[in-house]
Design a protein around this ligand. Structure first.
Ligand code: E4P
Length: 229
């Protein structure tokens, strides 16, 4: 399962890369707007702080298929790297998916709020299909269930596409999709941080270290013991 950062703040991305196994970054127009910077320069900075080969997903904003194709080509020429063109699952977006794939680009179908949209986007040629888990929950649709259903459908037809589950607000939503074995998830740095945070872990390690401190002296480590030899 791939883990991506759904954010465009370079400092937050770098801090997350420092301690988590991350496979790339996803952005959308709102995420870029929040940073208030020239977006192409920002995307290049993001690409440059990511390990070589990391995925970077960028969303097309044109409304018509012809314009989406032109926009994708322009983006491709301006942003080298492992770029994924995010296309909304609108009628025009569907029309653009196979055309952009034919141009040799990788597509992530985004804005998915139903199992059928996910299946059809994969059939149209998208490499990733991105169900919006929390947004579906907010509409009274079980987002985890829809993402799981899309995943199972893609696997049962052996399609060359994976779920890239998106729009998370808590780690429980992510955990359920990890259990289901979906191909990828993308989440904001705070949600990713919550995936590994557990107060019981902190308490257990603090107890153990305190005890070792009683033995060798507070704040001392194996390094001190070895250097004193
Ligand atoms: C992912 O590709 C989407 O851009 C994103 O996860 C949407 O999340 P939101 O519901 O926080 O806007």
């Amino acid at each position: 399962m791939l883990m991506l950062i759904d954010h465009a703040n370079v400092e937050a991305i770098e801090k997350t890369l420092d301690y988590l196994p991350i496979d790339g970054v996803t952005t959308n127009p709102t995420i870029l707007y929040r940073e208030g910077k020239e977006p192409l320069d920002l995307l290049r900075r993001i690409r440059d702080v990511l390990p070589v080969g990391s995925q970077i997903h960028v969303q097309i904003v044109s409304q018509r298929a012809d314009d989406m194709v032109a926009e994708a080509k322009a983006l491709r020429s301006a942003l080298s790297g492992n770029l994924f063109i995010k296309l909304p699952v609108t009628r025009e977006g569907f029309a653009a998916i196979p055309r952009i794939v034919k141009e040799g680009m990788q597509v992530t179908a985004t804005g998915i709020h139903s199992s059928m949209q996910g299946f059809m986007a994969a059939k149209a040629g998208a490499r990733y299909v991105a169900p919006y888990v929390n947004r579906m929950d907010n509409y009274g649709i079980d987002g985890v269930r829809v993402a799981t259903e899309i995943h199972k459908t893609l696997r049962s037809y052996d399609m060359h596409a994976d779920v890239l589950a998106a729009s998370f607000k808590n780690s429980e939503q992510v955990l359920e999709l990890v259990r289901q074995g979906v191909g990828a998830i993308t989440a904001a740095p705070d949600v990713l941080a919550a995936l590994i945070k557990n107060p019981a872990t902190d308490a257990a390690i603090a107890d153990q270290n305190r005890d070792f401190g009683f033995l060798i002296g507070e704040k001392r480590t194996w390094l001190d013991l070895v250097n004193e030899r």
